[in-house]
Ligand binder design. Structure first.
Ligand code: SAM
Length: 233
């Protein structure tokens, strides 16, 4: 658990995160594209491709934000439903997919109901990651697939150093110039919430995604967790 006092826990965290995304929603897409040099677009498409679901499958995009993942799911002829708890992010969304305001930790969805789940760059924002994995496992049908993206740590020391300088120094400056300074100071710090990837994999396997794997993307600055619902809880 992170010790930094700027990193809230529990219900405080949920309230602060929701408020922060409401605030930065209008310029979220612009800052995202700039700070990732548009690589985020490729990471989401790779995720949807690796889900390998048949056209027409229903996929929940959890913490959907402004709907980028939903648009990629539509491109692959899947049926996305986006869910996010930030009314601001949903209002700024540009997608034809249906969107629902909901907490990803308490989904308004029956058990074993969907063919897949995607989630982009939100794992570190949840107040309880284990509860999230249980909820994902509950709603995905046996044989269904998950693709979860979040930031990562490159294993190459030189790349890790360059990335930490970029993420810790340049990204907050871009954010401060174009959006809300405190939100983009929080962003690099929020990486401390993310458990080591082996722990994430172990948790996914425990809740039923027994074949879960981690795929490092772009030298490991982003990581993708893929899995198939093998058992059902
Ligand atoms: C960094 S943004 C990512 C948005 C989008 N998935 C993307 O790939 O660009 C994180 C999103 O997670 C949402 N979020 C955080 N905690 C949530 C929760 N408990 N339930 C639903 N949405 C949540 C925020 O509102 C925000 O839209």
């Amino acid at each position: 658990m992170p010790q930094d006092e700027d990193l809230p826990q529990g219900e405080d965290k949920a309230i602060i995160v929701e408020r922060m995304f409401d605030q930065i929603a209008p310029r979220y897409d612009l800052v995202n594209r700039l700070m990732t040099f548009r690589m985020d677009v490729g990471w989401r498409r790779r995720t949807v491709r690796d889900l390998a679901l048949t056209p027409g499958s229903t996929v929940l995009d959890l913490a959907c934000g402004t709907g980028d993942f939903c648009n990629d799911l539509l491109r692959f002829e899947l049926n996305p439903i986006g869910m996010d708890f930030s009314a601001g992010m949903l209002a700024a969304a540009g997608t034809d997919a249906p969107l629902v305001r909901a907490d990803a930790l308490q989904l308004p969805v029956p058990s074993a109901h969907v063919d897949g789940v995607t989630c982009g760059f939100a794992l570190r924002n949840f107040k309880d990651l284990t509860a999230f994995f249980h909820e994902v496992s509950r709603v995905v049908r046996p044989g269904g697939r998950i693709g979860l993206l979040d930031v990562g740590q490159p294993s190459n020391p030189f790349l890790r150093w360059g990335h930490s300088v970029y993420f810790g120094t340049v990204v907050p400056k871009i954010g401060a110039l174009l959006s809300d300074p405190s939100a983009y100071r929080y962003l690099p710090k929020s990486v401390d919430y993310l458990p080591p990837s082996e722990e994430i994999l172990a948790e996914l396997q425990k809740v039923g995604f027994t074949d879960a794997i981690r795929v490092p993307l772009s030298g490991g600055i982003t990581q993708l967790f893929l899995g198939t619902q093998v058992t059902h809880n």
